[in-house]
Write a protein that binds this ligand. Structure first.
Ligand code: GLU
Length: 302
């Protein structure tokens, strides 16, 4: 009997907290280009766990922009805000493995502990790959009874990964495979520990980007993740979460970012020119596609 042929699965996963810009267009078109070349499927996932910043109008604009660019994707679209129960179940698995702990610290308490530590040691505090100071571990030291007491009082809390505990369970070395446009694949070492005790379940929403993304990629059968270099370092943490949750690790391709004329990363928050604005000014989808290095019209799938 012949083994079933599994098609590669790609996904574009924007957050509807602003309008898409050229950087998103590049990422979406690159996913589509890979999927066409490898005879794969393309999924769209709406990453809207941030319920205060995400808006249905932005989601509608994402659909319009992507369709305008000539992209199509499979239905139904997975919307993360509809899956909090699944993230809760994955979180419970991490809890069962003893690799998370509740953290009651406010931002100010964390900042104070860090300045105190810096003043005491005369050295600058270690930072994660995004440049944020590592969590000083205050709540890791709480006894189980103390933590439970605070939770019973209803004190707001996030949950952090306990990197020391995770390292005891899965010392590594950890790695993942990356692929490029020439069809090459290679192994990349992953260093999850440099993220420190990162937040895995936020105070305001019962999940985090990291937890949702690894679970969704697995549940949706994503085999190839194509996303910007700004998320390359986060992959190290994702690989650890996949191992802790017993999920497969997809192949990864982290693409260069599209920069504005000043050499800065395009950002929704900095009012980078939105695709919708370009469209209104009469720029055509074919022009955008070519400007980003893709054929003016989508090529037929292989
Ligand atoms: N939702 C993330 C973003 O808009 C992308 C997540 C991913 O591709 O893993 O930046």
């Amino acid at each position: 009997m012949q083994a079933p042929v599994t098609k590669p699965v790609f996904r574009f996963a924007p957050s509807p907290n602003g309008r898409l810009h050229l950087g998103h267009a590049y990422s979406a078109l690159l996913n589509d280009d890979f999927a066409r070349r490898l005879g794969g499927r393309l999924l769209l996932r709406i990453e809207d766990i941030d319920i205060t910043r995400c808006r249905p109008a932005f989601e509608a604009a994402i659909d319009d922009d992507l369709a305008w660019l000539g992209l199509s994707w499979e239905e139904p679209v997975r919307r993360q805000s509809e899956h909090f129960a699944e993230y809760g179940a994955a979180f419970a698995r991490l809890k069962g493995r003893g690799v998370v702990y509740p953290c009651f610290c406010s931002r100010k308490e964390i900042a104070d502990a860090i300045s105190h530590g810096e003043a005491g040691s005369g050295r600058s505090w270690p930072r994660d790959p995004d440049g944020a100071p590592l969590y000083p571990g205050t709540c890791r030291a709480l006894s189980a009874g103390e933590a439970e007491g605070r939770m019973a009082e209803g004190r707001p809390h996030a949950w952090r990964i306990d990197m020391e505990a995770a390292r005891r369970l899965l010392p590594g070395p950890h790695s993942y495979r990356r692929f490029d446009r020439e069809g090459r694949e290679e192994t990349v070492p992953a260093d999850p520990w440099r993220w420190g005790d990162a937040v895995i379940r936020r105070k305001d929403v019962p999940t985090s980007y990291h937890l949702s993304v690894v679970l969704d990629d697995a549940l949706q059968g994503v085999t190839h993740v194509v996303r910007g270099q700004d998320l390359e370092a986060a992959t190290d943490l994702h690989v650890l979460l996949q191992a802790l949750l017993g999920l497969p690790t997809p192949l990864y391709h982290h693409h260069g970012l599209i920069l504005d004329p000043e050499g800065d990363k395009l950002a929704k928050s900095r009012q980078s020119e939105a695709l919708g604005d370009l469209r209104e000014r009469g720029v055509t989808a074919a022009e955008i596609r070519q400007r980003l290095g893709f054929p003016a019209q989508p090529t037929p799938s292989t």
